[in-house]
Design a protein around this ligand. Sequence first.
Ligand SMILES: C[S@@+](CC[C@H](N)C(=O)[O-])C[C@H]1O[C@@H](n2cnc3c(N)ncnc32)[C@H](O)[C@@H]1O
Length: 254
Amino acid sequence: VRQILVIGIGAGNPDHLTFQGAKAISRADVVFLIDKATADDLVAVRQVLLDRHARIDHRLVTIPDPARDRDPEDYQAAVAAWHRARAERIGAAIRDELDESSTGVFLVWGDPSLYDSTLRVLEAIDGLDIVDVEVEVIPGVTSVSALAAAHRTALHGVGEPVVLTTGRRLADAGTLDAPNTVVLLDGQEAYRSIDPDGIEVLWGAYLGMDGEVTIRGPLAEVADRISQERADAREANGWIMDAYLLRSTDPPTM
Ligand SMILES: C[S@@+](CC[C@H](N)C(=O)[O-])C[C@H]1O[C@@H](n2cnc3c(N)ncnc32)[C@H](O)[C@@H]1O
């Protein structure tokens, strides 16, 4: 059995790492890199954490993503095939690069429970007969926590529910699923696809990082400013990571 630690590293500030995460990084013999963190700043955060906490003799193993058919006839089948190819590659890398007495580490942005495929892939490896893995998860600060902290707010009113969703799903739904909806992975200005009346937005980009920007206000009034900020930031940095809470300001109908 190979020992694997999946460590949530926080949402971009190296100081988000917990003491438990730091201890876990110091146990790494091999650090596996599978994400497509191409932006320099994202790679830099990871490097800071390894410089601070990893043992000097740890090894880095990069696992390239398999090629993906972007225009398949059968979308579901193509995604399944891609996931399988990924699991096979990562499983083979664990088998070949790690022995049973050493510890492998995966560093995951934010927390591994939120819009990240690492845990699903490791579970899939279990069914493939390549290698046996024992996984331990060390939780991290999510971008959702970083967003709430930046705005000094709770995500919901007393006893209310919160929904976490993606930009794509929000745009498809065209409406809020809950009085408090947190949106991640919005590449398309999904906040423009809902009726802004009675909705407050609490938006943040580069949360916890240098260049953190936040905007808060009635959606109808600040949507244009958010779009402008996004465009400017993307132009200046080449990439943007942002998240927002949409909060219904209408009194609940009971
Ligand atoms: C693939 S998801 C990963 C989420 C991550 N596992 C977490 O726990 O936050 C990436 C999305 O998280 C959000 N995100 C992550 N870090 C962020 C940050 N520092 N500032 C704003 N949004 C962030 C963005 O919505 C981005 O599109």
